[in-house]
Write a protein that binds this ligand. Structure first.
Ligand code: ZN
Length: 393
């Protein structure tokens, strides 16, 4: 918990001012502040100041970052990727503790201090990935906030023993219970949703379900999720990730309205290759919609970077955002709305918020999104933790 004076920066592209941080929180925002005795001073040099970014959906545990280029020869179906990954991670000797630590730090260097990460749980690795992420979360507390989602990547009902492992993962400290394509993988939508929500109710944890299923199949699963959210009073505690069906089902408007009423959030990666939920339609229905990379350099995909400004740009492109007021929405999906949707507290650049701040060379928020400037000063809890891509201590 640090004290810091940032001189001459421009919060959200506004007029130049100073930011005084006390005890790790923003205490005063005003121009020409005097530095209290012994307070570290950071010269903002007139740069843009943004709230540090939020990654709302990634898989820290299985990135191959730093392990050399991996030649991707995986088949085209979802199940090819799921089965291929289980075989490859064994061959590659993927160490989830090392890889999640590595990728979390790449995020931090580029200005992200809050992350929701899934951790694979299955009958081959048990809770090892989950436990590695829980340990990382605890070790980085005070610098980064990491939420761990116990995630049945290989299905639950199709692999007996997985439900018990998910429960063990929650006992071992996972924050959230994950689910996956109730029809497409488990082939039992009611059974899958009942099981996931029963675990959530028993352990008092939120739910985050990967729903890749398109069209009516996805819409049906979404209705099951909405029913259970309402029945258990879990409004504000449930997220549907991907929700591709909202991009191609005819009755999407009714689903957005139902999601809004049930307080269910949406995580989107906005991939170029799939129909996706609309940021504007979601917000108009009162739905929290926020951005995430999904996997980064893993056996699923060679793409994606631990840089939430780049993700905001991709969300803007996919949503055809051009006007300044639209590109600002893209930034909201990796900042305010992601903090809101994931439940990260004390967020933003207001007085009283935790002092997690990024300084970078851009005139406006919009320019930061489209130019993704690499030179950044990253402040976490009022401490400068990274400068121009280099972590400090
Ligand atoms: Zn994912």
């Amino acid at each position: 918990m640090m004290n810091l004076l940032i001189r001459n920066c421009r919060p959200m592209g506004g007029a130049a001012t100073d930011i005084l941080v006390e005890g790790g929180r923003i205490a005063v925002i005003a121009p020409g502040l005097a530095a209290p005795d012994g307070v570290a001073v950071e010269d903002g040099g007139g740069r843009l100041a943004l709230p540090a970014f939020v990654e709302g959906h990634t898989h820290l545990d299985k990135s191959l970052w730093g392990m050399g280029w991996w030649k991707n020869e995986v088949g085209p179906r979802l199940i090819d990727r799921i089965d291929g990954e289980r075989a490859e991670r064994k061959k590659l000797g993927l160490d989830p503790a090392r890889q999640s630590d590595r990728l979390a730090k790449e995020f931090l260097k580029r200005g992200t201090t809050r992350i929701r990460s899934f951790a694979d749980v299955d009958t081959e690795i048990g809770t090892a990935h989950n436990d590695a992420l829980v340990a990382l979360r605890d070790r980085l507390r005070g610098t980064m906030d990491i939420q761990v989602v116990a995630f049945p990547q290989s299905g639950v009902l199709v692999r007996p023993g997985t439900a018990e492992l998910l429960e063990q993962a929650l006992r071992n400290g996972a924050d959230i219970i994950g689910g996956l394509d109730p029809s497409g993988i488990d082939r039992d939508p009611k059974g899958h949703c009942d099981l996931i929500f029963a675990l959530a109710a028993k352990h008092g944890v939120p739910v985050d379900i990967h729903l890749h299923e398109p069209g009516e199949l996805g819409a049906f699963a979404m209705e099951l999720i909405i029913e259970r959210t309402l029945a258990l009073g879990m409004q504000g505690k449930v997220v549907v990730s991907h929700a591709f069906c909202l991009g191609d089902v005819a009755r999407a408007d009714a689903l957005y309205a139902a999601l809004g009423e049930a307080g269910i959030g949406l995580a989107t990666t906005a991939p170029p290759s799939r129909p996706v939920p609309s940021v504007k339609k979601a917000r108009a229905a009162g739905v929290s919609i926020f951005g995430g990379n999904d996997g980064i350099r893993d056996t699923w995909t060679p793409y994606n970077m631990p840089d939430m400004l780049q993700r905001a740009m991709l969300i803007g492109l996919k949503n055809e955002f051009r006007r300044d007021d639209e590109v600002e929405l893209a930034f909201a999906t990796v900042s305010d709305w992601a903090a809101e949707g994931c439940g990260f507290a004390d967020y933003g650049l207001g007085v009283g918020a935790r002092a997690d701040i990024v300084l970078l060379e851009a005139e406006t928020v919009q320019e930061a999104v489209v130019a993704t400037p690499p030179q950044r000063v990253v402040v976490s809890h009022g401490r400068v933790v990274a400068r121009d891509g280099v972590l400090l201590a």
